[in-house]
Design a protein around this ligand. Structure first.
Ligand SMILES: Cc1ncc(COP(=O)(O)O)c(C=O)c1O
Length: 408
């Protein structure tokens, strides 16, 4: 790509990039998983962490908390965070959530595992739509259940639910693990899809675990509609949420499991027994600050990420037209189909060695038997500075361009 072309990809080169000073030498700190798994010189675009500093109101709240000691937090009956969360979730359609319908977790993933354990028996099929964030299928197989997979299908402009596959997968199952917004395709299931999903769930009398962790990172311009926004499905739905994607605070570990039936919430919680643990005092302070004062920062962040998303999509369309990619509606993760490339069979390794970028390999997002179907796909985390993103994309295009692509 010429310099002129890369400048065109910057939405407005005259506006200073607020994250333009992000420096790999500083980011590659021993504290960072993302930056230390791969060696010097590699641009890491894999694990879902953003490269940006934490929102200033959160830093201030944490500093204040440190000045007051770190004893057990008033967690179980914490009126502040519980109330804030109920107000926030009400804006997404989870209205009338009872106070006892909230249970805090040390992270969202333990909630996924607990839902599978509580609501199914070993050997049973558990439904999920693939590709999917790997703890979804791992929570099923690690606990001796079977994945009843409903692969998504490629539509004209977006990844879509394959209703036939989903209907077949739900037959004989009792639990659906839903990812909404969906990692790794970036879909936000729309009103029509949610309505049809609810009909199916009611017809099959399924439990639903809806992981809505990415709900606040949307580019749709529409309010987010939670799966359990419809009262008809509330009695059988557990929703998981947390601040770690929107506010980039995964290292503090906290999440929540919420449901309109407090008994269901308790049943899922109890399934983990004493193994669940509890969130740290600092994570509670962080989430309170995020909900109280983080809004303007988040708004700026979503605008910045939308810019990166557009840069990535424009780059792929102009420089790598044989790569299949749809602009994501949420998350900072892009799902790219590179199956036409001669090195599709070891694409992650090829990009690591030849382009010096680290991406997530497609098969990660599928259970064992479906992994071959996703070979040649990659997930790209675009939450870095625009300059680093463009550098990574240029390296990728240059390396891929060394071999001729034969399009089918
Ligand atoms: C859909 C989804 N759920 C859960 C998680 C992880 O949540 P936690 O770190 O709170 O366990 C991620 C992380 O990327 C995710 O994408």
């Amino acid at each position: 790509m010429t310099d002129a072309q890369s400048t065109e990809l910057m939405p407005d080169a005259s506006v200073a990039d607020p994250y333009g000073s992000l420096d790999p030498a500083t980011l590659r700190h021993v504290d960072s998983l993302k930056w230390t798994v791969y060696g010097e010189g590699i641009i890491p675009l894999w694990v879902a962490d953003m490269d940006y500093p934490v929102a200033p109101p959160i830093v201030a709240a944490l500093q204040d908390r440190l000045g007051r000691g770190l004893g057990y937090h008033q967690l179980l009956g914490d009126p502040t965070l519980g109330g804030q969360l109920r107000d926030h979730l009400a804006t997404q359609g989870l209205t009338d959530l009872p106070a006892e319908g909230i249970s805090f977790l040390p992270g969202v993933v333990p909630g996924i595992y607990a839902a599978v354990k509580a609501l199914t028996e070993p050997g049973e099929p558990v439904v999920t739509m693939t590709p999917v964030y790997h703890p979804f299928h791992l929570s099923i197989t690690d606990q001796g259940r079977r994945v009843a997979a409903a692969p998504l299908r490629e539509g004209e402009r977006r990844w879509e639910i394959d209703w036939e596959a989903l209907e077949a997968a739900t037959e004989g199952s009792r639990l659906l693990l839903l990812c909404h917004p969906h990692n790794p395709t970036g879909r936000v299931w729309d009103e029509g899809e949610l309505a049809r999903l609810r009909d199916l769930v009611l017809a099959r009398d399924l439990w639903v675990m809806s992981d809505e962790l990415h709900a606040d990172l949307r580019y749709t311009g529409r309010a987010f509609e939670a799966f359990a926004a419809d009262p008809q499905v509330r009695a059988k739905t557990i929703t998981l949420t947390g601040p770690c994607k929107a506010y980039n605070t995964a290292g503090l570990g906290i999440g929540a499991m919420v449901g309109h039936d407090p008994e269901l919430v308790q049943r899922v919680k109890k399934a983990a027994g004493g193994l669940m643990g509890h969130p740290s005092a600092l994570s509670v302070t962080m989430w309170q600050a995020a909900l109280r004062e983080g809004g303007p920062w988040l708004e700026g962040m979503v605008a910045y990420l939308r810019g990166n998303r557009d840069v990535l999509q424009a780059f792929v369309e102009t420089q790598l037209p044989w790569v299949r990619s749809f602009p994501v509606e949420a998350t900072y993760l892009a799902w790219l189909d590179l199956r036409s490339h001669p090195r599709a069979g070891d694409i992650q390794k090829f990009l690591l060695e030849e382009a010096r970028i680290a991406v997530h390999d497609g098969p990660v997002f599928a259970p064992e038997e479906l992994k071959p179907q996703y070979q040649g796909f990659i997930r790209v985390n675009f939450a870095t500075s625009r300059a680093l993103l463009i550098e990574a994309l240029e390296r990728m295009a240059e390396a891929l361009g060394r071999e001729e692509v034969v399009q089918s």
